[in-house]
Design a binder for this molecule. Sequence first.
Ligand code: GRF
Length: 197
Amino acid sequence: MKRVAILISGGGSNMVALARSMTGDHPARPCLVLSNDPEAGGLARAAAMGIPTAAVDHRPFGGDRAAFEAELSRMLEEAAPDIIALAGFMRILTPAFTEGWRGRMLNIHPSLLPKYRGLHTHARAIAAGDAEAGCTVHEVTAELDGGPILGQARVPVLPGDTPETLAGLVLEQEHRLYPETLRRFAAGDRRRLDLTP
Ligand code: GRF
């Protein structure tokens, strides 16, 4: 059975979807939910599901990413995960950290990568007049939002869509895509998964 640490910064809806999926014949179980914000709403949701939680507030470290990550790594070592799933974790990790977890760390991003790395993905897709948007699960490397793609899910961009309405539609697909991709990844299956609505 694989152990999965889930890193969050906010409400944790993807974390909940992942944790709920890791039951029965799933090859993995959550061993820790860790946040860079002690006030993140997702911590209470994880605790309510009986998952161990922890927080490393990044703010006292100022710009010292290495010191922040050293504390993050100390917490992770205690939980001894086989896999890290970034789920709305909004801190950029250094190459030293990502190299240490290469091939064992996933992330979900709310666009059809390689389009729209970074922030404000839905507003950028609408501004560009794209016919479709979506989300991507990829392996994490030192290249921000640039690692090998493991899965994608698409949604049509409809007339009148706003970044908020599109974010809601894409989030629904994230909650389908990430659990299924994690299940395959934990079983050693790295074949690409493409979901349609
Ligand atoms: C998701 O849209 C995810 O793709 C992005 O941040 C959002 C986090 O949402 N990186 P939640 O905290 O999982 O609800």
